[in-house]
Design a protein around this ligand. Structure first.
Ligand code: FAD
Length: 386
């Protein structure tokens, strides 16, 4: 076993760390305060090669391995989860799906524009009546002489207001259940594609989240990823990459909580000495370190398996489950270390707590991750009635 990063991975990590310290952290608080989806920052991220890190260079990506991608996402996650969400959606949910399931023509058409940030993409799986039970989605795809027409609605779609291309999962034949699902590449400029901003979120204020109505949206015959019936598999494979990305981002939150708590506890004096000298404060920091290290190692294991091309769905779910729950615990505990000062956005820990809350919900809730892990270990699929 080798826990050393390569020289290249170390370099990628340190430059992502510098970029986050220089460009991201400074803007994160203002963007959250102003509920501002920062397109200028997204462009800078694209310039760094962070929107298509795992996409081969021949399609405009950086051609990096999953470990390197995880290191980048960890650093950006430490700075701003709203920005990290952009990277996760664009790279993992959209690009990885096109990379795995797209035709050569589709890859050449979409990936360079997505990796360069010229286009943003979104991933339209969830609907008002269909969340964890994704296979029950109701958006309908009907075949026409010139392709397909889509009708239905999507809910909670990250970047749905800014995306130029949307992966829309739709049912082609309700009688077939998940075997009737297909994934369509939809041009969002069409009249029938109507996104609406979801307001008043608890966190991720600088992230764009949309409800999307699809009214007679036309799709060409070649704008499908894979074949009819592949939709569910496309979604699950994209989520394997997306969950890894969310987990890595949460390692970043954990790390940020440790760093902020150490710094603050060394500066803050009570009872005549820095609060860092109190054992109960050190215990909180030690537990944060423990959870951070365990989460990072689980993410690295999942990344290692991905890079080897080995099955990793269960290990990715373990990493996602652990890292998201750990980050939630760390953010809450970091506020405890900060006392009242942690309750306002002068320190990042306040934003960490609001932003981390969604990570145990999206890309499969913690309950769903447990069912995936349980299914792998028991051989019994608890998603369907036995
Ligand atoms: C900010 C934000 C951004 C998002 N971005 C996207 C996006 O870009 N694209 C996209 O498609 N979706 C996106 N989502 C949707 C997200 O993936 C869903 O919210 C998530 O899958 C859960 O679905 P749900 O909200 O409908 O909850 P439900 O499925 O209704 O779950 C409610 C509760 O029931 C539990 N539950 C459900 N089924 C079971 C079961 N079988 N056993 C035990 N417990 C169960 C859940 O764990 C949860 O606790 C986003 C959500 C948010 C909040």
């Amino acid at each position: 076993m080798d826990f050393d990063l390569t020289d290249e991975q170390e370099l990628i990590r340190s430059s992502a760390r510098d970029f986050t310290d220089r460009e991201v952290i400074e803007r994160a608080r203002e963007n959250a305060r102003n509920h501002h989806f920062d397109l200028e920052l997204v462009r800078k991220v694209a310039k760094q090669g962070y929107l298509g890190a795992i996409v081969p260079q021949e399609y405009g990506g950086a051609g990096l391995d999953y470990i390197s991608y995880g290191l980048i996402v960890e650093e950006i996650g430490r700075g701003d989860s709203a920005l990290r969400t952009v990277i996760s959606v664009q790279t993992s949910l959209v690009c990885s799906a096109i990379l795995k399931w797209g035709s050569e023509e589709q890859k050449r058409h979409y990936l360079p524009k997505l990796c360069s940030g010229e286009w943003l993409g979104c991933f339209g799986l969830t609907e008002p009546e269909s969340g964890s039970d994704a296979a029950s989605l109701r958006t309908r795809a009907t075949r026409t002489d010139s392709g397909w027409v889509l009708n239905g609605s999507k809910m909670w779609i990250s970047m749905g207001n800014h995306a130029k291309v949307a992966l829309i999962f739709a049912q082609t034949d309700p009688e077939k259940g998940h075997r009737g699902l297909a994934c369509f590449l939809v041009d969002t400029d069409q009249d029938g594609f109507q996104p609406q901003e979801i307001e008043h979120k608890m966190g991720l204020h600088a992230s764009d989240t949309a409800a999307i109505s699809l009214d007679e949206v036309k799709v060409g015959p070649d704008e499908m990823l894979g074949q009819i019936g592949d939709g569910f598999k496309v979604a699950m494979s994209a989520l394997d990459s997306g969950r890894y990305s969310v987990a890595a981002g949460c390692v970043g939150i954990c790390q940020g909580c440790v760093e902020e708590s150490v710094r603050y506890s060394q500066e803050r004096v009570q009872f005549g000495r820095p609060i860092a000298s109190f054992q109960l404060i050190q215990a909180m920091i030690a537990d944060m370190v423990l959870k951070t290290d365990a989460s990072r190692l689980l993410v690295w294991r999942a990344g290692f398996l991905k890079d080897k091309g080995r099955p990793n769905t269960t290990e990715t779910s373990i990493a996602k489950l652990h890292a998201t729950e750990a980050a939630q615990w760390c953010a809450n505990t970091a506020i405890q270390v900060h006392g009242g000062a942690g309750y306002v956005d002068d320190h990042p820990v306040e934003r960490y707590l609001r932003d981390v809350r969604v990570t145990t919900l999206y890309e499969g809730t913690s309950q769903i991750q447990r069912l995936i892990i349980g299914r792998a270990k028991t051989g019994i699929n608890a998603f369907v009635p036995q």
